[in-house]
Design a protein around this ligand. Structure first.
Ligand code: SAH
Length: 283
């Protein structure tokens, strides 16, 4: 058994921790994966790192060594005292107990008023990775990059290009705010307990501006969601069935053609700029 696995088991025994499946508690035990996460986060002494879901603090400890400051946000109260114990050598961290999804990050960052870059690192339960990623991207908190462990299949959806079955509303939503890439794939045996699925670490470099001009963000996402919710239909049928903007079929066909979109194309073959043209020019 490797050193980290031994250490993790020891901590679990010492603090009598039985992982809570509901909270997605799968602890990382592979040094190589930790190293890749830190390298992908490009963590340095000038950075504030927000770690979501520190658990037993394996990744947190490495982060304390590399970053200027670490804010670790953990929902499970059992880990709060353990983290203080594991991190007793360090004084550049703060543990915040709470649910990342209901936490006001803007306020938290405002209170800390950190001058360097803010980067997020997270190994979280898979059922909340998508809402967490969207929250981080949408809240406009000035975060520079996000490195997060997700289910492999979600990593493929996030990084997909037009034309395939992975490409969808999530791909477009992430591409609107940042540049995503897969860092590495992580097999189940890199965790205790082992999850049922393969994982991937992804990195999103958050951009100051979207890659395309969009007149109205809310309507842009409405159109994207409506299109992909009927992804087997043609773009003409998906949009005219959606009931949005009172579009009727013959008129919409003409309008789509006028902006260079063939009406029989499937939603999954349209690029992010095709969707931008629909919102900018057809409503
Ligand atoms: N990062 C650690 C632990 C991963 S397990 C490691 O790699 O070993 C996932 C962690 O996320 C657990 O500690 C779990 O309690 C925490 N968590 C689950 N839901 C959360 C939420 N909504 N907000 C913050 N933390 C959460």
């Amino acid at each position: 058994m490797n050193k980290l696995a031994v250490k993790t088991k020891e901590l679990m025994r010492r603090f009598n921790i039985h992982p809570n499946k509901r909270l997605g508690q799968n602890f990382l035990i592979e040094q190589k994966v930790l190293d890749s996460i830190i390298a992908a986060g490009d963590v340095g002494q000038d950075d504030l790192v927000i770690e979501i879901g520190p658990g037993l603090g394996t990744l947190t400890e490495e982060l304390c060594r590399k970053a200027g400051k670490v804010i670790a946000i953990e929902l499970d109260r059992r880990f709060i005292g353990i983290l203080d114990d594991v991190l007793s050598e360090y004084n550049n961290y703060k543990v915040v107990q709470g649910d990342i999804l209901s936490l006001n990050l803007k306020e938290l960052l405002g209170e800390i008023n950190y001058q360097g870059d803010v980067k997020v690192i997270a190994n979280l339960p898979y059922y909340i990775t998508t809402p967490v990623i969207m929250k981080l991207l949408e809240e406009g908190t000035g975060i520079k990059s996000i490195v997060v462990m997700v289910q492999k299949e979600v990593a493929e959806r996030i990084t997909a290009g037009p034309g395939g079955k992975e490409y969808g509303a999530l791909t477009i939503a992430v591409a609107f705010y940042g540049l995503p890439g897969i860092v590495l794939d992580v097999p189940p045996h890199s965790f205790i307990p082992e999850p049922e699925v393969y994982s991937s670490v992804i990195r999103i470099e958050v951009q100051k501006e979207p890659p395309i001009y969009v007149k109205d963000r809310e309507n842009f996402f409405k159109i994207v969601r409506a299109s992909f919710s009927q992804r087997r239909k043609t773009i003409l049928n998906a949009l005219s069935n959606s009931g949005l903007f009172g579009w009727d079929k013959p008129d919409l066909k003409q309008k789509l053609n006028s902006i260079g979109i063939v009406e029989t194309k499937r939603p999954e073959t349209l690029s992010i700029s095709d969707y931008a043209r629909i919102v900018n020019e057809l409503i």
